[in-house]
Each structure stands twice: as C-alpha cells, then as structure tokens.
Design a protein around this ligand. Structure first.
Ligand SMILES: Cc1cc2nc3c(=O)[nH]c(=O)nc-3n(C[C@H](O)[C@H](O)[C@H](O)COP(=O)(O)OP(=O)(O)OC[C@H]3O[C@@H](n4cnc5c(N)ncnc54)[C@H](O)[C@@H]3O)c2cc1C
Length: 373
C-alpha cells in the first residue's frame, strides 16, 4: 500500500497516476483536498516563459516547458490522468506592458526559441484591452489557467473511496526504515510518500538527520473586491525587471468580482504591513489596468507560504523535487504546473509488485474551498 500524506495537487496527481496503474494507494489529508497552497494558487500552468523574459532559457524555463502540453493532454482526457471535466478560466494567459515598448522584452524577442512561445496580439481582440486609452503592447501565451475548484473536484471523483481525512502525527519507523504513519484516525502501514507541503517539515523533524530540509517563501497576496465588474483578466503586467510586476486573476463569488493579485507586489508585500500592501495594491492596479478604471470597494491581504526544498540562497528551486531515503519519499512540486513532473520522478522509485490491500474505514476528506476569499 502506498500512503500519500497530503491532498494537494502533488498528492492528488500522484494518487491518480497510481490508480491508473492499479497500484493500491490512499491519500491522507488533515483538512480538505487542495486547501493548502493548491487552492491558494493562481492556477496558471506556466511553461517557464515568465522566467525567461530576458531571453535566457534557464534550467527552470526548459524543464517546466513540457508542462503546458502535459496538462493540455490531461484536460482533453488523453493520457493517464483524465481531467476532461476540469474547467478553464482561460485557455491562455496574457502579458502586457503599459508603456509603448517593454524594454525588458527586447532580449526575449531576440531569441528565436522564446519568440515561438509568445505571440503579439491586437488589443482590440481582447475585451479587457480593447480601449483607446490602452497604449501598451499585448502578448498571448498558450498556457492555460485552471478553475481550481473544478480541478480538486475532478481528483475527488477519480480517487473516490481513496481519500481520507486524518492528520498524520508521526512517521512510524522500524530498523530505521519508515514503515507507516500514525494518524488521528489510527495507524496504517505501507510505503509513505510525503506530499504534505509545509506540513512535511514537522513530520521530518521527528526523524534522525539526513532527510531533505524545507524552505518557506512567503507571499502577501492582495485581494481587491470591485464595486463594478470589469472584463476578466488573467495574466501578467510586465515591468522593467525580468519578472512580472503584477499577476492578475479574476474571480466571482456571490455576485461580486474579485481581483487576486500576485507577482512582485506579493513578494514585496512580505516585508510590509497589511495597510501598506492594500494601498500599494490599489496603486498598482490603477496603473496596470488604468484604462478600465477599476473601482475597488475593499481590499484585504492573504498571507501564505510556498513550501519547497531548501536551496542555498533561499531562491526558487528550478524543478519538482523528489528524494527517497530509508523507504520514505519526500516530494515538493515547487509549482502547481510541475505536479506531473513530480509524479514522473516518484513512479520509478517503487520496486515491488502491487498486492491487494484493504483500505482504512476512515471518514472521507472533503473538497476544499478558495482560502483567500
Ligand atoms: C499564492 C500562490 C500562488 C501560486 N500560483 C501558482 C500558479 O499560478 N501556478 C503554479 O504552477 N504554481 C503556483 N503556486 C505554487 C503552487 O500552489 C504549489 O507549488 C502547489 O500547490 C504545491 O502543492 P502541494 O500538493 O505540494 O502542497 P499543498 O497544496 O500545500 O498540499 C499539501 C497538503 O498536505 C496537507 N497536510 C499537511 N500536513 C499534513 C499532515 N500532517 N497530515 C495530513 N495532511 C497534511 C495540507 O493540509 C495540504 O492540503 C502558487 C502558490 C501560492 C502560495
């Protein structure tokens, strides 16, 4: 039995791959499926282009480059994981600059490999940019944005009967090997795969040294509730740096429209108090989408950590991370988009043939909801 600890995207995708191969597994989730970073994310399946705006194809950009096609296959119901019921917010992402020319994109468009990833489009073809006061440039990336509640729901259906609600309190060991888990619902024995996001750290701290260390990269996401709706925007405003200045996604709850704001604003907000983040968010929004004149009714800040393997200088790791030691697999995808790459690395680490097993009779883990609303 494969015991997957954590029902975020990494645990859910892996469990679906195991199920497709008739390998017995269960997912143990302490709270609700997707309720950690997964439903807090902006659901953007990156192919790495936003990390290569200077035209340099880094390791991160090349490894993640295969992911949009992988997801698109799953979204069409082709491949081992069938996500054909998942809805998209958009089939693509937009990038825009508010100046007439984005200086930082000169390097990007000088590179043929990069040029093939992104096309310049006519602003009149996009409702949010079809305005005489939009003077900048607009680009399209063929990388989808997922409707995350439908993603979690699709996995809950695929894995019906295999996802349980319990908190793993301890990893059980025998002769130095990890042989199972102690949970708030009882014990279970088998091969443990830790896909617990930030929750992995405390579980690993109960074991002797040698296991991978974790780092947190916090974000302060601003959530703006609008008094009047604007045409939906999913994409990145380009600034003068090599990273997007602002990443915008648009959502509707209870008849109201919300803009969820990430990018450099959310990275910088970590060092600021909530009031400062809120006023910076309003200023950033009125610059990024000035022609739409967004009217903000209220703003709040949602703080969350990205949990990843520790890197030398605390930078973003380049790829999905998987390690196996003493029969314990520890994995962090580092991006939602990289969940398939994580499963690809885990699957070859299983050696023995699958045997029939009895699943625990524990209560089912519910589906999570967007934590930032
Ligand atoms: C604000 C934000 C925006 C992002 N936007 C994007 C984006 O647009 N595109 C992209 O590709 N990536 C994005 N990411 C990154 C992406 O969200 C994460 O890399 C990914 O969701 C991590 O998935 P996970 O399954 O490893 O972790 P999580 O989703 O955090 O899941 C871990 C699960 O483990 C459970 N758990 C923890 N401890 C225990 C325990 N002891 N017992 C049982 N269960 C436990 C938790 O409850 C949780 O549900 C974003 C991240 C953030 C924070």
């Amino acid at each position: 039995m494969k015991i997957i600890v954590g029902g975020g995207i990494s645990g859910l995708w892996l469990a679906a791959e195991l199920k497709a191969r008739n390998i017995p597994c269960c997912v143990i989730e302490k709270n609700a499926l997707g309720q950690g970073q997964t439903l807090a994310s902006q659901g953007m399946i990156h192919g790495g282009t936003k990390y290569a705006l200077d035209g340099l194809l880094t390791k991160a950009a090349s490894e993640i480059g295969a992911m949009p096609a992988r997801w698109q296959k799953a979204l069409k119901g082709e491949g081992t994981v069938d996500l054909s019921h998942v809805q998209l917010e958009r089939e693509d992402q937009l990038l825009w600059s508010v100046e007439s020319i984005a200086a930082n994109l000169l390097g990007f468009f000088a590179s043929k490999a990069m040029r093939s990833r992104m096309e310049r489009i006519d602003p009149t073809s996009e409702a949010a940019f079809n305005h005489p006061n939009f003077k900048g440039h607009l680009y399209r990336l063929s990388e989808p944005v997922l409707k995350l509640d439908t993603l979690v729901h699709a996995f809950a259906e695929i894995l019906d009967g295999q996802v349980f609600k319990a908190k793993v309190t301890q990893l059980l060991t025998q002769d130095d090997k990890v042989v199972g888990v102690e949970t708030t619902a009882g014990q279970i024995h088998g091969d443990v795969i830790l896909t617990a996001g930030e929750g992995a750290e405390v579980l690993l701290s109960g074991l002797p040294g040698g296991y991978p260390a974790m780092q947190r990269r916090p974000l302060a996401m601003a959530v703006c509730k609008l008094a009047q709706p604007i045409p939906k925007v999913f994409g990145h405003q380009l600034g003068s740096g090599s990273k997007p200045k602002l990443t915008v996604s648009t959502h509707e709850f209870d008849g109201a429209q919300y803009l969820y704001l990430g990018g450099q604003l959310a990275e910088d907000g970590v060092r600021e108090d909530d009031d400062t983040v809120c006023s910076n968010a309003k200023r950033a929004l009125s610059e990024a989408l000035s022609w739409l004149e967004p009217k903000v009714e209220s703003t709040h800040v949602f703080r969350i950590n990205r949990a990843e393997p520790s890197t030398h200088e605390g930078n973003r790791p380049d790829t999905a991370f998987v390690s196996k030691l003493n029969n314990l697999i520890v994995a962090w995808p580092t991006k939602l988009a990289l969940a398939p790459a994580l499963a690809d690395q885990v699957l070859p680490l299983f050696d023995e043939k699958s045997k029939p097993v009895t699943l625990p009779q524990w209560s089912k883990a519910p589906e999570g909801h967007y934590p930032w609303v």
